[in-house]
Design a protein around this ligand. Structure first.
Ligand code: OKP
Ligand code: ZN
Length: 334
């Protein structure tokens, strides 16, 4: 299987994050890709597709913000990484905001997405890795792996959140539509609900989004991922959330997976994008499912048995010592 990854993706390296009330070392660090690379072997450098395929998903204003936010932060005399502290939730309206702190709030929904000097470069090349993976799929490969990082599934059309800046899975799905594929399914099996991907396609009938994740009543991102979010307007019926309780192990996970794959089969997709997070692993430091390394192969075999050309997009997974083995186990199922 071809694997796409760029060394630029290491350049995003925030120092710390606010976790349950304390500043702690940033969990989504470059060592994650080092661990995966050590396990999966050589990768292909992605081709540069430019900004156009990114702008089919994200707004121009948001992309421009991402590109300049760190410079603006430094210009304001600030130390460390750029991070917001005020969000325009109440009485939100289209103001022209200039102060960097206001813009950070305008384009994010949480405090988990600091911007450093290498953030734009890293997230740009993460998106390019997904686009090159999709090129391979559209060229006839049965599967390909985009070793994305930073992850993407919490990022919406004009906002960042949850360690995510550009939504690589959404950008790849949209590229498949642009290339003439009629129906694309996205299966998100990261521990956390992929609220950004859901939001991007919520009103769309040509992209099916199915997600298996920790119940948002107990887990991040809290406000999205509930079972009653089934799509809006032309997208009604093409969004499927399967929240599961903390402590979930392989048997109930596979039952949910079979439901998601059944819905995807009925949707009759041409292409599948799988947002894969290894944070469902029992040893994950910020997550609470109970999957084992040896569970990922059989999970992937069930997904492969759907018989759809499948682009795998890396999302989360923070147990770095086991991350390489977990990703290898998953890829072996294809
Ligand atoms: C990204 B991905 C909780 C802080 C939450 C955000 C988690 C983002 C997970 N104390 N931080 O879906 O793996
Ligand atoms: Zn996650």
């Amino acid at each position: 299987m071809r694997i796409f990854h760029s060394p630029h993706q290491r350049l995003h390296a925030p120092e710390k994050e606010l976790h349950n009330g304390a500043f702690v070392p940033f969990a989504e660090h470059p060592g994650r890709v080092d661990a995966i690379l050590a396990a999966v072997g050589p990768t292909d450098v992605p081709a540069d597709h430019g900004e156009d395929p990114i702008l089919r998903v994200h707004s121009r204003a948001y992309v421009d913000f991402l590109k300049t936010a760190f410079e603006d932060w430094r210009a304001a005399g600030r130390p460390g990484d750029a991070a917001g502290y005020v969000w325009p939730v109440v009485g939100r309206r289209p103001l022209k905001l200039s102060r960097i702190d206001a813009r950070l709030g305008q384009y994010s929904y949480d405090a988990s997405t600091p911007i450093g000097s290498g953030t734009w470069d890293a997230t740009y090349w993460s998106a390019q890795a997904a686009l090159s993976g999709m090129d391979a799929i559209l060229g006839g490969e049965r599967s390909a792996f985009a070793l994305c990082r930073p992850p993407g599934h919490h990022a919406g059309a004009d906002y960042m959140g949850g360690y995510c800046y550009l939504n690589a899975a959404a950008i790849a799905a949209e590229a498949a539509i642009s290339a003439g594929r009629k129906r694309v399914a996205i299966l998100d099996i990261d521990y956390h609900h992929g609220n950004g991907t859901q939001d991007i396609f919520l009103t769309r009938g040509d992209v099916f989004f199915a997600s298996i994740h920790a119940d948002p009543r107990t887990d991040y991102p809290f406000y999205w991922g509930h079972a009653d979010e089934t799509g809006i307007g032309g997208g009604e019926g093409t969004n499927l959330n399967l929240p599961l309780p903390q402590g979930t192990s392989i048997a109930p996970f596979e039952a949910a997976l079979d439901r998601a794959l059944g819905a995807i089969a009925r949707f009759d997709a041409d292409v599948l994008v799988c947002s894969f997070g290894a944070d469902t692993f029992a040893g994950d430091p910020i997550s609470f499912f109970e999957l084992r390394t040896e569970d990922y192969g059989p999970i992937a075999r069930r997904i492969a048995a759907a018989g759809l050309p499948t682009l795998i997009v890396m999302e989360g997974g923070y147990a770095v010592d086991a991350l390489g083995a977990n990703v290898s186990s998953f890829l072996s199922g294809f």
